[in-house]
Design a protein around this ligand. Structure first.
Ligand SMILES: [Zn+2]
Length: 117
C-alpha cells in the first residue's frame, strides 16, 4: 500500500467519525425535542380529561352537610379546598341563586350564569 492510499483511508475514517458524531448529536437533540413534545401532549391529555370530568357548577354544603353555604363554578379553588361540594346542573345552580344561596366571591358563578336581580 502506498503512503497516499493510507492517508486517504485515514481521512475517510476521520470523515466517517465526524459525520457519525454529528449525526449522534443531531439524533440526541431530536430525541430531546420528541420527549418535550410527548410531555406537552401528555399534559394536554391530562388537562382535557380533568376538564371532561369537572362539573360546571358546585354547591358547597355546610359543616352539618344539610345547609348549602355557597354556589361555585366547577373550577373554583375555594370549592376544591372545602371538600364539601356536590356537582349540580346549570338549572340547579340557577335555582340555588334564586333561593338566596350566596355566590362564591372568588369564582363569581352568578356573573357567569348572568344571574341578575
Ligand atoms: Zn368559588
Amino acid at each position: 500500500m502506498s503512503e497516499d492510499s493510507l492517508s486517504r483511508l485515514d481521512l475517510l475514517y476521520f470523515a466517517r467519525r465526524v459525520v457519525q458524531q454529528q449525526a449522534e448529536r443531531a439524533l440526541a437533540e431530536i430525541d430531546r425535542w420528541i420527549a418535550a413534545e410527548e410531555r406537552k401532549a401528555a399534559a394536554l391529555r391530562r388537562d382535557a380529561e380533568r376538564n371532561r370530568q369537572r362539573p360546571d357548577w358546585l354547591v358547597q354544603y355546610g359543616l352539618n352537610r344539610r345547609n348549602i353555604d355557597w354556589l361555585h363554578r366547577g373550577d373554583c379553588w375555594a370549592a376544591v379546598k372545602s371538600g364539601r361540594c356536590r356537582p349540580v346542573t346549570r338549572e340547579q345552580a340557577l335555582d340555588a341563586l334564586r333561593h338566596d344561596v350566596p355566590a362564591c366571591t372568588h369564582c363569581q358563578p352568578d356573573t357567569e350564569l348572568r344571574f341578575l336581580e
